[in-house]
Write a protein of this length. Sequence first.
Length: 385
Amino acid sequence: MERKILISNVTIVNYDQAECIGSIFLKDGKIEKIGKDLQVDANEHLDGTSKGWVVFPGFIDMHIHGSEGFDAMDATDEAIRGMAHSLVKEGTTGFLATTMTQSIHAIEDALVSISHYESDMDGAELLGVHVEGPFISRRWAGAQPVEHIIEPSIELFNQWQKLSRHRIKQVTIAPEIRKGFEFIKACSKKGVLASIGHSDATAEEVERAVELGARQATHLFNGMRPFHHRDPGVVGAVLLEKRVKTEVIADFLHSHTDALNLSFRLKGAEGIILITDAMRAKGLPYGSYDLGGQSVTVTESGAHLANGALAGSVLSMDQAVRNMKKATNCTLQELVAMSSANAAKQLCLPNKGYIAEGFDADLVILDKSLNVQKTICRGRIVFEK
């Protein structure tokens, strides 16, 4: 039977249009019609009258390691499926399963597992893989195990891409390390998004990386050479470079509210991508958890290694959206840009990140306070509050 859903009397928001009250008709996984008063035959009717519902394109999380006890490095179908099913609760309809610095064998096991995964109808869609490390700076390793850091190898990366069935869409790289620049150039030519992160690069080295094709920065302010007025570092270069979009972890732990506001003022909504960088403890009680073979303690002050270093987050995408709104007082349109549209552009997904006829029916219905009420993925209601 055809899946047909009518969503009526809601505020529709896109990144480049004035918000409007209207209706959306979904049919077989696509947005079939948008209008003021649609008269259609639907299997299900979601009426937003008097509820104050706001509809965004479904959130896209380009940087997430795990959730609710699962981690991409578990190298099992169950782990990716568990992540996918948990993420819809926060309005996420698509994600990049993110690996971390580990042994070559462990990374390859994860990639092989992911290569066989097929998204089901009840979870967020796996859009690909983000390889974070092992081609990074030892100085800015953060929670990435230093003993597994290696120099970039395009031959090894080609092998990984083959093992993943060409699902690697993004790679975090420190451009200044040996062979870093040639690696960025090669990845860019292959259509893989090179993201500058865990890096000790100077501003000049960042500029060289951008000239060679780098177009993103990984979790701004964290795991990178900081700004100094005589040495702008990665932070200064990324904030000023218009060709680069940057990930931001808006949990008020990885970055102060003023730092988030600063990045917003300099980059604009078009230059920022909200991510969670979440680990398996997300959605679970405080306690001790594993991250890449390291013990992580999660408390109200975040996720930390034994040495006190931040180890990813337990942030949800809907909370990131609310936090960014609080930090910057941005518009709903700007929130759409930062939570889905920019990611869709970076990943070259022409049918996602936008509410228009013919686009994928990936939507999140929010209340006036931006709390998730319903998540619709590929035209199917996969979460209801």
